[in-house]
Design a protein around this ligand. Structure first.
Ligand SMILES: O=S(=O)(c1cccc(C(F)(F)F)c1)N1CCc2ccc(OCc3c(Cl)cncc3Cl)cc21
Length: 254
């Protein structure tokens, strides 16, 4: 029955999230008062723009690898054609990383987990894109105020990823069917937890996610104008496949 199918999908998405969330909430909470010292902040702020960009690109790629694994474990995702799997990951992986980042945000002092400790925006100064960094911190903060449970994060990130409105999908109807089932699963959980006001708030967040991803692409384009060889030789292949348009995607889905 449909009821049974939705229950099975819900359990599968919870399990996939637990297995691929990169950092458990308990770990992140245990670390949240481990701050960088003033000296450590200085060291980061003295790094070159090239080095900080390379670090962030690598950290982001690490996070995205877990999102790729999350997607692959969602029942139905691997049944999509290769093109559609790649289209969904290209469009949605950073969005999922940004939703997950809210779990690593400390609202008391506006710091976020980065390279083993919690950092304020000032640590990212040498990236040369404090507007994007600030927007990402603001997004993480705004998501924190919704106090999402791990189940709500799991279902919301699945919904963000399996989006049948993405451009260039070849089997849109197939993606739509799974999206509808994830949507039903999410609505059931929200009703059961008496959180039904949440979905409309989350839809507003999706619009912000889109803007943040567009901003990131813009900043990457500007950076690449200045340092083409850094991007070419030092940025992870997966990062380049997902965020630049000049490579055909191979390594995304093994
Ligand atoms: O580096 S993270 O551990 C990181 C962790 C916390 C806050 C940040 C930042 F930076 F958002 F405050 C970065 N990581 C994991 C999650 C994540 C998302 C985007 C990202 O990089 C995008 C980027 C930016 Cl925002 C500016 N210039 C170059 C790049 Cl590639 C990195 C990242």
């Amino acid at each position: 029955t449909m009821e049974l199918e939705i229950n099975k999908l819900t359990a599968n998405i919870f399990k996939s999230h637990r297995e691929t969330c990169q950092f458990r909430v308990e770990e992140l909470q245990a670390l949240q008062w481990k701050q960088f010292t003033r000296e450590e902040v200085m060291v980061y702020q003295c790094k070159s723009i090239e080095e900080m960009w390379e670090r962030c690109a690598c950290r982001l790629t690490d996070a995205i690898q877990y999102v790729v694994e999350f997607a692959k474990r969602i029942d139905g995702f691997m049944e999509f054609c290769q093109n559609d799997q790649i289209v969904l990951l290209k469009a949605g992986s950073l969005e999922v990383v940004l939703v997950r980042m809210s779990r690593a945000f400390n609202q008391e002092n506006n710091t976020v987990f980065f390279e083993g400790k919690y950092a304020g925006t000032e640590i990212f100064k040498s990236l040369g894109c404090m507007d994007l960094v600030t927007s990402m911190f603001d997004f993480a903060k705004s998501l924190c105020t919704l106090h999402l449970s791990e189940e709500e994060v799991a279902l919301f990130t699945a919904l963000v990823l399996i989006n049948s409105e993405r451009q260039w999908l070849q089997e849109k109807a197939k993606v739509e069917r799974l999206h509808t089932h994830v949507d039903m699963a999410f609505k059931r959980i929200l009703l059961r937890n008496r959180r039904d006001g949440l979905l409309s708030k989350l839809f507003q967040k999706m619009a912000v996610l889109k803007l943040l991803c567009a901003q990131h692409i813009e900043k990457l384009r500007a950076f690449r104008q200045l340092y083409p060889l850094i991007v070419h030789s030092l940025f992870p292949p997966l990062y380049k496949e997902l965020f630049t348009c000049d490579t055909d995607l191979q390594t995304v889905i093994e």
